[in-house]
Write a protein that binds this ligand. Sequence first.
Ligand code: ATP
Length: 363
Amino acid sequence: MATYRITVIPGDGIGHEVMAEALKVLKAVEGGLSGPRFSFQEFPAGAKCCQETGTDLPDATLDACKAADAILFGAAGLPAVRLPDGTEIRPQIKLRKVLDLYAGVRPIKRYAGIPPVLAGDPPIDYVIMRENTEGLFASEAGGARVGDYVAVDNLVLTRPGTERIVRWAFRLAQQRRGAPSDGAHRVTCVDKANIFQSMAFFRQIFYEVARDFPGIQAEHAYVDAMTMYMVQRPLRYDVMVSENMFGDIISDLGAGTVGGLGVAPSGDIGDTYGLFQPSHGTAPDIAGRGIANPIAQILSARMMLEWLAETKRDPQCAQAAQAIERAVEKTLIDRRNHTADIGGTARTAAVGDAVATAIQKGK
Ligand code: ATP
């Protein structure tokens, strides 16, 4: 039975609150005789860490990320703590670059029980693949500001960077069940190729890669139209792939269509390392009150187990991931387990308890 070293970075704000519940749930899946084991080690990063130590990502934290089997991240950054250029502290973006976590995997899935957002309560189930290391974020900390007159950020796309994210999207579509509307295995390139050279380049590479996947339907949509389609006909979509900034925006929109950021997990994955964190930020407006929804963090832990199952070829991790998925489904059916963001009154810890109990009962 394998023991996996997990580097835990709660970060700032509600990061601490939701992380406690994800760890509770991981401890619940590890209990059985044959289940995977975890060794959790917590490390600091983020805005508070920067105030206390002068750096938002200490060397010890980065070393621990490199040494671990996987990284579980909460959320980092606080509006009141800014860098001299006026931007927020963001160790998570630094980690994406340093560890080359190029694939932002963002499942958008509708769970029964959550009050419907869209008319007819469509059973939405698609994945947004956000390129994580290039695009408009490539100039992060590298944009220029000239006095009070000019500010510039650069959008950078490379052929290898685009190819690898697009390839990932097609491979993912091969493994999935297809779009809910028609079962078609489909990858949709979300771009703005009618206006920008960089996006025309992205789309050109998309269709080049698509030739290697004849069984998968390849199509494109402009990002502005896509924001409408995601509301009007979300069941058409199976896998989407997009540049970094567009991926960032459409993943929040996608989350909104299934209940909000509180239920939207994500994985930042590369060829060597995997970091798993909710799509949401530190939610300073509700931090410290015990009312944050921990489901996104718990589902991110589930994604971590799926990734460990694949990379370590460990079926026990796959079983543990499925146990979390079933327990979350069961928990969300009962409205008493809904936090305020999805219309309920449950507290963060009570939701974590409910998921952990459902896992214990399912053993
Ligand atoms: P970032 O830029 O770091 O992603 P953000 O500025 O987009 O952060 P969030 O911190 O994600 O903002 O919060 C956006 C809104 O969603 C806030 O109103 C916040 O309270 C709410 N929210 C985010 N996460 C949760 C959660 N887990 N539970 C409940 N509400 C949440």
